[in-house]
Design a protein around this ligand. Sequence first.
Ligand SMILES: *Cc1c(COP(=O)(O)O)cnc(C)c1O
Length: 371
Amino acid sequence: MSPKTNIRPPGHILALKPYVPGKPIEELKRELGLRSIIKLASNENPYGMSSKACEAAKEVLQKSSRYPEGSGFVLKKALAEHLSVSPETLVLGNGSNEVLELIARTFVMPNDEVIFWQYAFAVYPLLVQAVSAKAVIIPIHNWAYDLTPALSAITPKTRLIFIANPNNPTGYALSGKALLSFIKAVPSHIPIVIDEAYHEYQIQKDYQTALPWIQKNPNLIVTRTFSKAYGLAGFRVGYSVSDGKIAGFLNCIRQPFNVNTVAQAAALAALEDQTFVQDSVEKNTQERDAVCKALESLKLSFIPSTANFVAIDFKQPAYPIYQALLREGVIVRPLQNYAMPHHLRVTIGSRKENDRFIKALKKILLGPVTK
Ligand SMILES: *Cc1c(COP(=O)(O)O)cnc(C)c1O
């Protein structure tokens, strides 16, 4: 049935374009009738989740006839200990995306300005548009954040700054030193979100989490997630750490039961299994190196990444290559909605998945090997 309603939302809502997620495995199965498909499109953990998290989730399923623990008391207590912060500084979200949305709704009014960088995580522009604010986008050169132009872009209307460290889809990470000097230069009445979705994967020496800086810079809000290294993307659990007062505001506009019982239990058990996380991170580093070497041997350029994905530059429209990979049963992420039409973003998978991806790529780029 075609829509018949004459109801129209306000202009800023009409202008919204939906977030385009990675193609689901089941969808490609339906479309192409392929049996074996690998998905390297959404930066999920290829090793799944901690078996302890899975067990914990199963155990509490029965309890789901009751409302969840609304304040997330137990999970927050464990997180607080893990991060050496106090529970009052934490806000739990249905994925860190929800926390990002809470932040925008809490601080930004229509026509206010929000600063972020070109090629930033696609969720930021959506959130800004949804609150009818103006996105102030700082240009990027060589995939690196230029921090000085962002300082010059601050006006009396600036209400929020988003920085993903490292960024998705580029994989670029700022040094702790550069980030801290930027933070210190921003007026203290402007909240700065440091999105650390890939924090666990950062092993390079010059990386620093922004967490310990909150004390001296109470305009900082650090967000993290259980979706990536912890392998709980389907459970939807993320959180922010900030000054207690800011956390209080966010908790006020948060839906009372935004993180469900099963997700809370899974996250708690996942947090307690740091061995699983470390193991995943180690394998990711090895496999990322291996994938990058294979790309080099195919003479392909890519953006150096500190995360669990890499953006490959094909120097030509990449969408046909994306489609050809789909026909090989390999789902990766096209980036034309990031205005990066020559790139594809590939999640680092398991050894087997990466081998299959590289093999498919070779076949597409060099043609099938014939005798
Ligand atoms: C994946 C990702 C998130 C996390 O999303 P969740 O809602 O926690 O699953 C946040 N920020 C960036 C930059 C990401 O890539």
